[in-house]
Design a protein around this ligand. Sequence first.
Ligand code: HPA
Length: 282
Amino acid sequence: MTAARAEAGAAQIAECGRILVERAGFRPRVHLILGSGLGGLAARVRDPVTVTFGDLPGFPDTSVESHAGEFVLGHIAGVPVVVQSGRFHVYEGYGSGIVLAPVRTGRAAGARIVVLTNAAGGIRSDLVPGSLMLVDDHLNAMFRAPLAGPTHEHEERFPDMSRPYDPALLSLAEAAALEAGIALPRGVYGAVHGPSFETPAEVRALRTAGADAVGMSTVPEVLAARAGGQRALAISAITNRAAGLGLEPVDHTAVMTYASVAGRTLESLLETLLPSMATSVK
Ligand code: HPA
């Protein structure tokens, strides 16, 4: 029974990928996943073709405000991209089949590189609201193993995670940040289940365990991307000081306000970064 379910999932993903390529008329090479409040980059896509999640077999509608739930295909700085606004979070109660469907769809459409963005709370002292962090490693504190279950078609059973974020892409991102005059310190992203924000004790535990920032996404998608042989890069937009580290309680509205501040910096960074990626995806 489980094998049949896994097979149906794979067939559906292949169909989703086929729909994206058919509508766009090209195969995207880079899949950009935009986090909460970070959707602005979708407007910078040239000759955009939009495919909403609702048009894809097996995709539910997204439920959180500000999650448009669509793929925009086109070119940014000459690079064929698929820009995803909205994602499915584990805190919404979705299983891995849904949470990982967008990254698998991007791969089925042709994406070899996945660039993930997210909103995160800053734990390390320099990670203040409005700043960016280049994720160079992660800590899965979701108490979930997103790849558990039948092996998905085109994914490894035991993917290596010793270098989850592509070393060459990390260097390209740092070079782009330097060129654009944007501070981009590296750090470890701690992923939690949510939807409640952390307690101060949980933040201290995450810090002790090595996390520099904390958020509720990205890690499941990176695991699937790596299992499927894609190269991953992730950047966090720091929207608040993590619980217990700032003067204010952690508040979703404030998170969204700072997401748009950090989001503008992130857009400039990605626009500088994409052309340098173009050569690395040919
Ligand atoms: N914790 C978890 N997720 C988040 C946070 C946070 O402080 N800020 C933005 N996303």
